[in-house]
Design a protein around this ligand. Structure first.
Ligand code: NAP
Length: 247
């Protein structure tokens, strides 16, 4: 896969889908900045694996819900590399509960982690990538942002907002040579879905046309395509990676 840019920041890359994205992008020769919030050891492990495989990586701590920390993280990258070519807004959380039992804090904390953080990242990318008139951003959304889900009023609102926010950023970024796209994974085997009860997992698997949960690597493959030169005429797109669960 061909990349005209040189480096990428992946938020929430200490484990799960973010770690798989970091490793995938490093395999194409990009320098990868691995962001984490609390999992320093896990982030270092991702970095070590990339370096062992001949890639280039650095670790950077920031809570992406904190505007100052996010802005500082981008500044650190620019100070070191002189530019930021690509951004993947991947960090995210769930706090599942039926709406009747959901507190306002349960709602707003998920909006902050999944949507407000991506707003900060998309805006900062617009500022910094405008200088080079080049860049590509991928936001990791969710199938739940397209179809809704009981117990996930907060999460679906955050991801639905992320989908349309991506389209708006695509419209603002296009004149500056910056593309914004979204990926909506279905059920992917990570810590996040490990929390599901086995009987609920089995029920989901039955309903997925490909009859299995996806692998984080399968999301990473789609991210690589949307960042790369091979998708140079694609912006404002929402790409489903869901085994056919929602088409
Ligand atoms: P995960 O295994 O729970 O990992 C989440 C990652 O996000 C961790 O690296 C965590 O870092 C980081 N993170 C969370 N809040 C953060 C914050 N405020 N600042 C910085 N980093 C933060 O989750 P995952 O399954 O890989 O999910 C990754 C993304 O894919 C999320 O946006 C999720 O909504 C989306 N997604 C997942 C699935 C799925 O089935 N797994 C499906 C659709 C969409 P620390 O460990 O350092 O806290």
């Amino acid at each position: 896969m061909k990349f005209s840019g040189k480096n990428v920041l992946v938020t929430g890359a200490s484990r799960g889908i973010g770690a798989a994205i970091a490793k995938e992008l490093a395999s194409y020769g990009l320098k990868v900045w691995i962001n984490y919030r609390s999992g320093a050891e896990a982030a270092d492990k991702v970095k070590d694996e990339i370096i062992t495989n001949g890639g280039c990586a650095a670790v950077v701590k920031a809570d992406v819900t904190n505007e100052a920390e996010f802005v500082d993280m981008i500044k650190t990258i620019i100070d070191c590399d002189g530019e930021l070519s690509y951004l993947v807004n991947n960090a995210g959380i769930t706090k599942d509960k039926l709406a009747l039992r959901m507190s306002l804090e349960d709602f707003t904390s998920v909006i902050d982690a999944n949507l407000t953080s991506a707003f900060i990242g998309c805006r900062e990318a617009l500022k910094t990538m405008s200088k080079a008139r080049f860049g590509s951003v991928v936001n990791i959304s969710s199938i739940v942002g397209e179809m809704g889900n009981a117990g996930q009023v907060n999460y679906s609102a955050s991801k639905g907002g992320l989908n349309t926010m991506t389209k708006s950023f695509a419209k603002e970024g296009s004149a500056r040579g910056i593309r914004y796209n979204c990926i909506t994974p279905g059920f992917i085997a990570t810590d996040m879905t490990d929390e599901l009860k086995p009987e609920i997992k089995a029920e989901y698997e039955k309903n997925i046309p490909l009859k299995r949960f996806g692998e984080a690597k399968e999301v990473a493959d789609a991210v690589a395509f949307l960042l790369s030169d091979h998708s140079s005429y694609i912006t404002g797109e929402i790409l489903k990676v869901n085994g056919g669960l929602y088409v």
